[in-house]
Write a protein that binds this ligand. Structure first.
Ligand SMILES: Cc1ncc(C[n+]2csc(CCOP(=O)(O)OP(=O)(O)O)c2C)c(N)n1
Ligand SMILES: [Mg+2]
Length: 552
């Protein structure tokens, strides 16, 4: 076997079944080796950001990594934003980057670059250039171990062309991955004492603590002790819907998050960091919990979140309590002729099929999505963990490949969709059951709000033009059809409902272009900074009510 063939076998032995590729000359032996490995599915993506985002979406749903195949430093660079999102979401990815043959490096040929430096930012725990065919498969096993161990991470294996084509490759068996420990008894005891101390306490759940078993344990604890349970703002994967405990997410806007933290003396972290504001704003705090609130950790991202919560549950005598599930309740059909982002979210809540995977990169158009889907059939929610837009459509590829029997709905802003719009072609080629809804509001709408919030004064027409996507207005229906995806444009509510019903009933990918006005515009946009600025001085019940209205 050559190196590439042995590597392919090693990956399959380690349970890696899918490789998202965008190859070049230095990866040709790896590409050729694909046909020697029936257990490896290869999925061509037409931009590296699609391949990396697909690997991210796949691992979130399959609970194991996929591989990527990228072309040298430039290809890796193109894929960085979605590897960044995977890193922030603690998602495992085995990131394979081809390189020049080892002896070719000295000549500084056209595509020569410092790949390790490019990789280190998204792959801080594991970057390795394999030095020989003999060592390659052991390197691959180390990469898989690094990716899969808790917390999941992006592990980058750099594969020089001569290591790949060299003879004498030896495939390795699957690595042993130790199962993580739960929090130790002393920690569980200390946290139980905090909860029993009578102060106002909240659990903040992140990462793997947003899956069913952890959510159930947290809900039992809440039912027994009356503490609050929050979820981090941008979950990697949140299991939710009717029958599961509902959990309130920390708001994106810092002023609103402060309302959520106002009543909290003790914050208990479970696979989560103490929350900070997404950006800094002049004169506003970065660290969100008040000074009077002490943050303590029940379990770190290295530990077993559900196991730790279950231990805490037993310690508090809450393990026999029936947790309160979210009731089944769907919004009615949206009415009124003109389509709005809110009506799209309502329609999604009205029609969401059972067991769906919902991907939210709707940005400002998705403000009401959580509220309208809270009582829908049980589903998984995937969000923009690292804030680097262009994640949603690639994630949909990966999620649909990981879960071929589940419907995938991806709600994407028009601006966000354009970073990785080539994902549509892969959806068509692989015939994936994905309904992509693109909110065409012809704007980087959320940035109009940010412009106000950062206090940038004197924004004139040149500044505003940088946030405006009119002229030419994008036609997503034509773009999708040009890539082989069935597409419908809807500017009216009934049109949209009909298109969504048909898309959900018909296998294969669909795109619905929802032509909507910006959700935050006019008076709402003008008033928002004032409302946010005064939340802190309002009586708490009024502040909470306003928060629920603006960002439920
Ligand atoms: C990789 C990357 N580039 C740029 C940004 C900055 N950014 C944040 S939101 C946004 C615009 C989003 O527009 P759209 O998807 O249309 O959503 P809308 O604001 O209209 O709701 C931009 C450019 C980012 N977050 N990530
Ligand atoms: Mg937009």
């Amino acid at each position: 076997m050559n190196g590439a063939q042995a590597l392919m076998r090693t990956l399959v032995n380690a349970g890696i079944e899918v490789c998202f590729t965008n190859p070049g000359t230095s990866e040709m032996h790896f590409v050729a080796a694909l046909d020697s490995a029936p257990g490896m599915r290869a999925v061509l993506c037409l931009f590296e950001g699609v391949a990396t985002g697909a690997a991210d979406g796949y691992a979130r749903m399959a609970d194991k990594p996929a591989a990527t195949l990228l072309h040298l430093g430039c290809g890796l660079g193109n894929g960085l934003a979605n590897l960044h999102n995977a890193r922030k979401g603690k998602v495992p990815v085995v990131n394979i980057v081809g390189d020049h043959a080892t002896y070719h490096v000295q000549y500084d040929a056209q595509l020569q670059s410092d790949i390790e430096t490019v990789a280190r930012n998204v792959s801080p725990g594991f970057v390795r250039t394999s030095r020989s065919t003999a060592e390659l498969c052991r390197d691959a096993v180390d990469a898989v171990k690094a990716a899969k161990g808790l917390p999941g991470q992006v592990a980058t294996l750099i594969l020089p062309a001569d290591v790949s084509w060299g003879a004498g490759g030896m495939a390795e068996p699957a690595p042993q991955i130790a199962s993580p420990d739960a929090a130790d008894d002393a920690t569980v005891q200390a946290i139980a004492s905090v909860i029993n101390s009578g102060g106002r306490t909240a659990l903040l759940l992140g990462g793997r603590a947003l899956r069913e078993s952890a959510l159930l344990a947290a809900a039992r604890i809440a039912a027994k002790t009356g503490i609050k349970v929050y979820a981090e703002t941008f979950p990697t994967r949140l299991e939710r819907g009717a029958g599961l405990p509902a959990v309130e997410r920390i708001a994106y806007l810092a002023e609103m998050a402060s309302v959520q933290f106002k009543e909290i003396d003790n914050l208990i972290l479970v696979d989560a960091k103490a929350p900070v504001s997404f950006f800094a704003y002049p004169g506003k705090k970065s660290y969100l919990p008040p000074d009077s609130c002490a943050a303590r950790t029940l379990s770190t991202p290295e530990q077993d979140a559900a196991g730790s919560l279950e231990k805490l549950c037993r310690k508090l005598g809450a393990d026999q309590i029936a947790p309160e599930p979210a009731p089944a309740s769907r919004p009615g059909r949206p009415r009124g002729k003109m389509l709005t982002a809110e009506k799209v979210c309502k329609a999604v809540g009205h029609l969401l099929p059972a067991n769906a995977i919902l991907i939210d990169e709707a940005i400002s158009s998705g403000l009401m999505l959580s509220k309208f889907t809270a009582g829908a059939s049980r589903h998984d929610l995937i969000t923009l963990t690292g804030g680097a837009i262009g994640q949603g459509l690639p994630n949909a590829i990966g999620a649909a490949i990981a879960c071929p029997d589940r419907p995938v709905l991806a709600l994407i802003g028009d601006g966000s969709s354009m970073y990785t719009i080539q994902a549509l072609w892969t959806l068509a080629r692989e015939k994936l059951n994905v309904t992509a809804i693109i909110f065409n509001n012809a704007s980087y709408s959320v940035l109009n709000m940010e412009l106000e919030r950062v206090g940038a004064e004197d924004a004139g027409p040149k500044a505003k033009a940088q946030l405006d996507l009119h002229g030419p207005v994008l036609n997503f229906t034509q773009i999708a059809e040009g890539m082989g995806v069935h597409a419908v444009r809807a500017a009216e509510t009934e049109e949209f409902l009909g298109a969504l019903e048909r898309a959900l009933a018909t296998p294969g990918p669909h795109l619905i272009e929802a032509v909507v006005p910006p959700a935050l515009a006019g008076l709402k946009l003008k008033l928002l900074p004032h409302i946010l600025g005064s939340l802190d001085s309002m009586p708490q019940p009024i502040a909470r009510m306003l928060k629920r209205k603006i960002a439920p």
